[in-house]
Design a protein around this ligand. Structure first.
Ligand code: PRP
Ligand code: URA
Length: 227
């Protein structure tokens, strides 16, 4: 039973740019997102349920990596013609909030290399400011899973991608994982970096006058780290 009075994003959602995909828009995903969007949700539940969505995003991101044919022998004595991942990966989190996605990546890819880029949005102008970047030395040879839960104007993600490109990463080897995106942010990404693949949990309606995603979930970093 659903409450018809509640405002709810249509499951069909807006038309996405060609470089963008969403997770399958299941009732389960919607239920998880409903919990973390709820302003009454306590911090411990916010962490637990957003970690579940992050795990889904990482698994979907790994679906986009190339594979090579590989045959193994099974205990029945017969060969199985399967595949293995081709190429190495690393995660890069956009701090602070993106750090919350690192554990989900580690659960799927043990001992994965992680880089960090500290970018903060100016509270008044929403312009991103880059403070710090520390990336694996061989990042130019890796596929990069770029991690940030929120894609609002896209300014922070674009700045982070510029840093990755300056370090030799090819845009077509970047997969940007986020929980909630705005249509404006997705368009901005596509206009600037059409080769970067963007994987979102959900695409919301629009940005408000302060460049927050609506209906959104508020400030992700504040809710995850300080409740
Ligand atoms: C938030 C969020 C993104 C950015 C999205 O971070 O985690 O990095 O804003 O907005 P944009 O698409 O308009 O750039 P914020 O700068 O608030 O810092 P935080 O991670 O410390 O919360
Ligand atoms: N950052 C957030 O955490 N939420 C938004 O809606 C926009 C930027």
């Amino acid at each position: 039973m659903s409450n018809s009075a509640a405002v709810k994003a249509p499951v069909t959602g807006p038309k996405l740019p060609p470089n963008a995909t969403r997770l399958p828009q299941t009732q389960q995903l919607d239920a998880l997102l409903t919990i973390i969007r709820d302003k009454e949700t306590p911090r411990s539940d916010f962490i637990f349920y957003s970690d579940r969505i992050i795990r889904l995003l990482v698994e979907e991101g790994l679906n986009h990596l190339p594979t090579l044919e590989k045959t193994v022998m099974t205990p029945t004595g017969l060969p199985y013609k399967g595949v293995s991942f081709q190429g190495r990966i690393c995660g890069v989190s956009i701090l602070r909030a993106g750090e919350a996605m690192e554990a989900g990546l580690r659960e799927c890819c043990r001992s994965v290399r992680i880089g960090k880029i500290l970018i903060q949005r100016d509270e008044e102008t929403a312009q991103p400011k880059l403070f710090y970047a520390k990336l694996p030395e061989d990042i130019a040879e890796r596929w990069v899973l770029l991690l940030d839960p929120m894609l609002a104007t896209g300014g922070s993600a674009l700045r982070a991608i510029e840093v990755l490109i300056q370090h030799g990463v090819k845009p077509e080897r970047i997969l940007f994982l986020n929980l909630i995106a705005s249509p404006e942010g997705l368009d901005n990404m596509y206009r600037n970096f059409p080769q970067v693949r963007v994987i979102s949990g959900w695409v919301d309606e629009k940005l408000d006058e302060k460049s927050y995603i609506i209906p959104g979930l508020g400030d992700y970093g504040d809710r995850y780290y300080s409740g």
